[in-house]
Ligand binder design. Structure first.
Ligand SMILES: *Cc1c(COP(=O)(O)O)cnc(C)c1O
Length: 362
């Protein structure tokens, strides 16, 4: 067997920039900082659909399978590559957790200094572990995400640091590739696309991706975009800033989304909608998808599934529809919440065959 000796002979997946370069703002000289993100699985959920009484095909885009376990890696490979191209030395972001994990990882790979601002006490354990582990300077701000983003914007305006939040257009460019992949994997565009909405970068990115594939003639339709916010953090749904957003879904605990207008545009022009779901509804969907399908996502990712359950009850989804849904982050990001929600705790037993047999009823 011959070993690949040049780039051309390597056929395994090498990240989304190389895969979709012709749709991205890169040139032959752009340094590509990648962890081979993208190419995530599309998983069909028949049990879940049956359980909620739906008559349609539902595919999850399992973005928790990216290198840092959330979709943020798609935007970050672009943002960090562009930061290196323009010779930035420090990258910075505000984050509810996953952006910081991703920024820290890609910055480590690019040998850039990374600073992350997190809302003190409101970040899932796995995400905090990642930022610290990848070596980012981690600052816990005595405020919420919106406060942290305001500070980051002001630091960005000094020109001394490169902001890698989704206000950086490179992030949206990278994230739009998830829509390309869904179309490539399904061989067509879905009828509906469900996803969680926090800062609203991702709904903006998906809509951009679907539009571009449609314009390029690769698909002949575009999905209706269906976004879901948490009821305690639903500024776009209610048309007003939430000064004190509250939800257990910390990844979407945002009161003043940066891409608010773009999200409204995506919803309007796709003939879609945006709705809100309570924490109870989120937890129900979070448990149900884990227990009927073996798919463990973080609470924010369950928001669109909770929304889908409501849509089925309201008779809003036509029979035979093809639906995709973004599972934005991996369940292991937030183990505390999982253990708190799971109805069953481990049962203690003596270390004997008899004791264990008795417990399992044998
Ligand atoms: C960032 C994030 C979201 C929200 O995405 P936006 O682009 O901010 O709307 C949802 N779920 C998870 C897991 C995230 O990390």
């Amino acid at each position: 067997m011959q070993h690949p000796s040049s780039k051309e002979q390597i056929t395994h997946w090498q990240g989304l920039i190389r895969q979709y370069a012709s749709y991205l703002p890169v040139t032959d000289t752009t340094p590509i900082i990648t962890l081979n993100e993208g190419n995530t699985l599309l998983i069909k959920l028949d049990n879940f659909v049956r359980k909620i009484g739906g008559e349609f095909d539902l595919y999850l885009k399992y973005e928790g399978l990216n290198p840092t376990a959330s979709f943020k890696d798609r935007g970050m490979t672009m943002a960090i590559s562009k930061a290196v191209e323009k010779k930035a030395e420090v990258v910075i972001c505000a984050s509810t957790g996953n952006t910081s994990a991703s920024a820290a990882a890609y910055a480590a790979r690019a040998n850039l200094k990374c600073v992350v601002l997190l809302p003190d006490g409101n970040i899932a354990m796995g995400k905090l572990a990642q930022a610290l582990m990848y070596g980012a300077q981690t600052i816990a701000v005595d405020g919420n995400f919106d406060d942290a983003l305001r500070i980051v914007r002001e630091l960005g305006a000094t020109g001394k640091v490169e902001v890698v939040n989704s206000i950086n257009p490179s992030r949206i460019e990278g994230q739009k590739t998830a829509a390309f992949e869904i179309c490539d994997q399904l061989g067509r565009a879905p009828d509906f696309h469900f996803l969680p909405v926090g800062n609203a970068g991702n709904i903006t990115a998906y809509w951009k991706g679907y539009q571009e594939y449609h314009a390029a003639g690769i698909v002949n339709a575009r999905p209706r975009m269906c976004g879901y916010q948490a009821a305690g953090a639903a500024p776009i749904v209610d048309g007003q800033i939430y000064e004190h957003p509250e939800t257990i879904a910390t990844a979407i605990r945002i009161g003043n989304p940066a891409s608010w207008q773009a999200a409204n545009h995506a919803i309007k022009s796709s003939d879609g909608w945006i709705g809100k779901v309570t924490d109870e509804e989120i937890v129900e969907a979070y448990m149900l998808v884990a227990q009927t399908e073996g798919v463990f996502v973080e609470p924010a990712s369950a928001a669109p599934l909770a929304g889908l359950i409501k849509c089925v009850k309201a008779g809003r989804i036509p029979e035979g529809s093809l639906i995709s849904a973004t599972m934005s982050g991996h369940g292991l990001k937030d183990p505390d919440r999982a253990i708190q929600c799971a109805a069953k705790k481990p049962i203690k037993s003596e270390a004997t065959l008899e004791a264990v047999s008795k417990l399992i009823g044998l």
